[in-house]
Design a protein around this ligand. Structure first.
Ligand code: NAD
Ligand code: GLY
Length: 372
């Protein structure tokens, strides 16, 4: 088992990563909090695969445990579904001593975390991630949110979990497409902050077939350390944390423009990373050799995004709704080398549109716009 400590002053917490760890680590962590009710937030798919898994794990604690089961899918990551959590908490007479456990992927983690941030002005929550994407990214760092039809993750709060337990055995039931989506976020951390992780992943790409837990444990630990380090420096994204959004300018646009129904978040980010690497090269920041190194790796996994018709006003409107944007421009995350990123402040939507036109002409394998 690997342990990563997140050291945000006043909000320190532990991440455990390993196999067969949940039964022992989760009850130990829960014992530290004097709670009178535990509410597990999960979805229909996970509940069917792992019915009452958390309850069984915490049986000996003799605490009251209730399970709130939400519909499954990014399209349900909205205020209506969030309200279902509040209804549930109120019906179960939850109070400030209630502990929320997010049991699922990034969608459940983001919604349960936001509910925990806002219910009774804040209750503690634990993350028990069940997808690779949630292991490497969404379960740590304390960003919680729901989507709005005009913008991804636009309604949310910063709320750090009190503990994170990454039980890797859950990955055995995850679909390959979902594993790849998580792998993109792993690659992201390597591309922006750690060339060694990038090389490690390139050398162990077959882990998506073998599900070798020792390789995964090493990669996830590295990924958690990178993210923890960035979040410790800039929890509320005043600057440096924005670098974790590499690939998200186009990625969030893809998700919003396809109504959150066609592509997985990680897939959209994967194509967004190809675009950001392309833009870095076009603008003269990234060498051709480094660009080829990154893109040849991404291409082996990238999914071919088909976008509905769009024009500049629509593109601009959606790009400027991104959280990294102001009224006129976007903070676009670019790279100078593998493992070395920077924030290209105040990038105009005109420039991004120009780059995007070139990108779809030259990278039809990554992204196409369907015109008829
Ligand atoms: P997800 O939560 O939708 O899970 C993907 C699918 O896998 C779902 O259908 C889910 O029910 C299913 N599933 C989950 N665990 C499973 C398991 N063990 N076996 C079989 N099926 C399982 O998607 P995700 O990729 O985990 O997360 C994406 C979300 O995370 C997006 O909404 C994104 O915005 C968010 N995100 C948040 C952060 C953050 O810092 N808060 C970072 C990255 C992404
Ligand atoms: N996933 C980006 C962040 O946590 O900041």
């Amino acid at each position: 088992m690997q342990t990563v400590e997140v050291q945000i002053p006043g909000y320190e917490y532990t991440i455990h990563i390993g196999t067969h760890i949940l039964d022992q680590q989760l009850p130990q962590a829960v014992r530290q909090f004097g709670v009178d009710l535990i509410v597990v937030v999960t979805n229909t798919t996970i509940h069917e695969l792992y019915p009452f898994c958390i309850q069984q794990c915490l049986e000996a604690s003799k605490q009251q445990i209730e399970t709130c089961i939400l519909p499954d899918g990014e399209q349900y990551k909205n205020l209506d579904t969030l309200n279902q959590i509040y209804d549930f908490l109120l019906k179960k007479r939850a109070n400030r001593k209630t502990l929320v456990i997010a049991f699922g992927g990034g969608v459940i983690g983001d919604m349960a975390g936001f509910a925990a941030a806002t219910f009774m002005r804040g209750v503690p929550y634990i993350q028990v991630p069940t997808t690779l994407l949630a292991d490497v990214d969404s379960s740590i760092g304390g960003k919680t949110a729901v989507n709005h039809s005009l913008g991804k993750n636009t309604i949310g709060a910063f709320k750090q979990p009190v503990y994170v337990c990454m039980e890797l055995n859950f990955l055995k039931t995850l679909e390959k497409r979902e594993l790849i989506a998580g792998f993109f976020e792993l690659m992201k951390h390597g591309i922006i902050h750690d060339a060694q992780l990038f090389t490690f992943l390139k050398n162990h790409q077959n882990v998506l077939e073998t599900l070798d837990f020792s390789v995964l444990e090493e990669a996830i630990e590295a990924s958690c350390r990178i993210k923890a380090n960035v979040v410790e420096q800039d929890e509320k994204e005043q600057g440096w944390r924005a670098t974790l959004n590499f690939g998200h300018t186009l990625g969030h646009f893809i998700e919003t423009h396809t109504n959150y129904t066609s592509y997985l978040h990680g897939e959209a980010v994967g194509t967004g990373m190809v675009f950001a690497a392309f833009a870095s090269r076009e603008l003269g920041f990234l060498s051709e050799a480094a660009y080829q190194d990154i893109v040849s790796f991404l291409q082996t996994l990238a999914c071919s995004i088909q976008l509905p018709a769009l024009n500049y006003p629509l593109f601009k409107d959606l790009i400027l709704h991104d959280k990294k944007a102001n009224q006129q421009a976007v903070d676009f995350i670019l790279i100078r080398n593998i493992g070395e990123c920077f924030i290209h402040n105040n990038t105009s939507p005109e420039l991004i549109w120009e780059l995007f036109q070139k990108f779809i002409d030259t990278h039809p394998w990554a992204c196409q716009v369907i015109t008829s």
